[in-house]
Design a protein around this ligand. Sequence first.
Ligand code: GTP
Length: 350
Amino acid sequence: MKALFLVGGLGTRLRPLTDRTPKPMVPVMGRPLLERNMEALKQHGIDEIVLSTCYRPEVIEQYFGDGSDFGLKIDYVCEEFPLGTGGAIKNCEKYFDDTFFVFNADILSNINFSEMLRYHKRKKADVTIAVTRVENPSAYGVIEYDADGYAYLFKEKPAPHEVVSHFINAGAYLFEPSVLRRIPAGRPVSVEREVFPNLLEQARKIAVYKGCNYWLDIGTPEKYIQAHKDIFEGQLHLPEMNFHERAVYSGPGTHISGTAVLRGPVYLGRNVRIEAGATVGPHVVIGDNSLIGKKCKIANSILWNDVVLEDGANLSECIVTDASIVDGTSRMKHVIYTPEMIKAAKHLAI
Ligand code: GTP
């Protein structure tokens, strides 16, 4: 069975994390979000993937290649200009002649894909949409559905007084290929605003699948931090780590000084070096080849790869992107570092 990931968006709400890294490639516990999602699909026997790219496609293609290193077959369809979520699906039409999954690439969930597929077939639906319940749906696309589990209304970002349903589109769908013929070609189309409402007008069946009890879209830096907190606290399980069983995970080649203190839960990648007197944790992720200098203090923060914290730096609730060098005098809370921002700060200081 095949799955299509929509990976072409600009990820503007996640800037500056997405300045150089497309949203699907931001690391979640040291590995790209997209890799984590593909891995989850593979567990359900879905290993043929189509990636619909647009923004920074080369970053994605260089990492995954043809998919063989990941036990997958991956095809790429790159848009010359953004076609929107619906246009992107239409643009990949030639790859699909049977029921297929479609995913927004910015979600983390525990959807049981085999069960969702069985539900879709049982409902004889043209499209099945996974939905999830949220307290405040006004930032999302809300779906109303009937007693038989079929959608009858889509409302984007309802004002608080308009909220009738708390079930939102979780960005995971099953499509019958016949639906593709109903999507206009060659222009931007939104699946949420145009394709789904049009299908309802054409009396097509859109089923609503509610079997998703963990869901988060990593659309903003706050949600990105939340995702890691949820994994640390065991609300979402990744196959290779369980922080209830073990407080600290570390990759090969990692060296921790005898006088450093690790306060779990902590995740350390490969070849991380933590120097004397440093205190790391709780809720800290440190990516590959990073160096934490003497007497540094880090809590509730996510460091990507090749990061250097000079001796004495103190970070709390920060995100530090690839190859950043953080000055030892830094005392930072709630800051996103990128190498560009650090250069700019140094320039101003001069
Ligand atoms: P924001 O700019 O912060 O809204 O993020 P985004 O650009 O990712 O948009 P959004 O979160 O609405 O996108 C949902 C999913 O669709 C993400 O996985 C995007 O990568 C993808 N997506 C959005 N627009 C396009 C597009 O024009 N083409 C393709 N191929 N994918 C898209």
